[in-house]
Design a protein. Sequence first.
Length: 317
Amino acid sequence: MTFSLGMPLLVELALFALAVVVLLAGIVRRSPRGEPSDVPRSGPASTVIGWVTLAGLVAIFGLTFLATEGASILHGSFVQDGLAIFAKRLFIASAALSVLGSLTMRHAAFTRRAAEYHFALVASLLGMSALASARELVLLFVAFELMSIPLFLLTGFLKRDTVAPEAALKFFLVGTASSAIIVYGMSFVYGIAGSTALDAIPAAMATGHPLMLLGMALVLAGLGFKIAAFPFHMWAPDTYEAASAPFVAWLSVAPKAAGFIVIIRLFVEGVGGAALIWIPAISVLAGMTIVTGNFMAIPQRNIKRMLAYSGIAHIGY
């Protein structure tokens, strides 16, 4: 494979390089010896890492327009099709807007640990980008975890607040449970299909084996946790309430969009003719999510919790 600006994996390599630069920048600008670590630093030095991250994301966003549609590597496990390119642009653009919003934050945690915040955000973005192109179950799961783990950290980033650690713990417990359900379902899919490639799923679904149906149902349930669909939505209000507004704005868009990309890969593209069975089931889940999210938003007195339930309803739409 020859190098070109449109080659697959180039966006992911650029995001990895940006994450390393942000991390090294944080190491370089550590507090001098003897300076109290809890004293927030103001001025240009407190936002330079944010501007570096934003500039890098803008450059990588431009790089996505040079991507070669239809290219693939790793024997078809990593595909750069139109859906993947669109998803990467959405993820990067929403992350850039979140970083731009975080530049106005003057909380001591942001001014003191800006490198940690932006590194975690870029690392999660790297997982989303890999997830959009994954066409293999193991790569899909690893990318999902790379996306999810930094989100737990970012939820509890304001660790001295009263609600942030509790919300982060709830998010972590629900997230790990959903990951366990997904990988458990994937084990059934692999057992029946005999391959981790998504291309092998339609033929396995055509057999009508009950364990194949069970595996796909478990994967769908795990994805329901990830996108906060009913009845797997209870982590969202606490997380939205506890986390910072710029991060919540990004959390409400990018990770959920990544979950929908996986649903499209598995239950629309991946199951072949069996999509006629799974689409009605997903439609019922969507309808229940719309009704529950709207009704539970009505009595809320906290604006972030109200927006969380509104977001849950929009997941159904």
